[in-house]
Design a protein around this ligand. Structure first.
Ligand SMILES: Nc1nc2c(c(=O)[nH]1)N[C@H]1C(S)=C(S)[C@@H](COP(=O)(O)O)O[C@H]1N2
Ligand SMILES: [Mo]
Length: 204
């Protein structure tokens, strides 16, 4: 049985590689590993909020109900983790970044963002990357509500960068003028994190 699963995995991996969908140094996983710092937070939707702050004309705070009333979309994407696994054809449902950003007027000097999760986890990204049509604040994965360990009730998904940028248990973001380092970026990881260029560490 285990033998059968692994030959299936290898076959799929070979197929994705020949399609040009497997970034260098990655291997395919069929499972969805769980990776994060600290404990899985317990989230109370009655006190949950989502904040857009920093270089905006007027900061915004949304309750869970308000966030859920935003227009919803679906994307399909591959995920690439810096620990060398890639998971293919994931379907995420939620609110596109491009729809969330419509709620604020950006100041002209806003070019980057720091995404914030529960427990103070952060990740930095250029605004241009967040504005891609595949960047989504997701409630659901493959038709099911996100599990607690994968980010319930809401996580960011930025498919074209290593997965540490995809903040679980997301609570908002701050617009900045400069690219300020997030949690892993302060701990030696690459400031941008393009899996196709193997931008794993600061020095890559
Ligand atoms: N809030 C928060 N989000 C996080 C992390 C974290 O520690 N806290 N870890 C990141 C890292 S390093 C990875 S690889 C992915 C893993 O996502 P998964 O557990 O759903 O596979 O979540 C990212 N998002
Ligand atoms: Mo990671």
């Amino acid at each position: 049985m285990i033998f059968g699963e692994s030959s299936e995995r290898k076959k799929l991996e070979q197929q994705r590689r020949s399609e040009g969908r497997l970034p260098p140094g990655q291997s395919l996983t069929l499972k969805w590993p769980v990776l994060h710092e600290g404990n899985v937070p317990r989230v109370d939707l009655r006190t949950w909020d989502f904040r857009i702050e920093g270089l905006v004309e007027k900061p915004v705070r949304l309750t869970w109900e308000e966030f859920n009333r935003l227009p919803q979309s679906e994307i399909q994407c591959d995920m690439h983790c810096v620990t060398r696994w890639s998971r293919f054809d994931n379907r995420f449902e939620g609110v596109l970044f491009t729809d969330v950003i419509k709620l604020v007027t950006l100041k002209p000097e806003a070019h980057f963002a720091i995404i914030r999760g529960e427990h103070g986890y952060t990740a930095n990204l250029p605004l241009a990357d967040l504005m891609k049509p595949t960047t989504i604040f997701a409630f659901k994965h493959d038709g099911e509500e996100l599990s607690a360990e994968h980010g319930y009730p809401l996580r960011l998904i930025v498919p074209h960068l290593y997965l540490w940028k995809s903040v679980k248990w997301v609570r908002g973001f701050e617009l900045t003028a400069q690219d300020e380092l997030g949690f892993w970026e302060q701990n030696g990881y690459h400031i941008y994190g393009d899996p196709w260029k193997e931008q794993r560490f600061e020095t890559d």
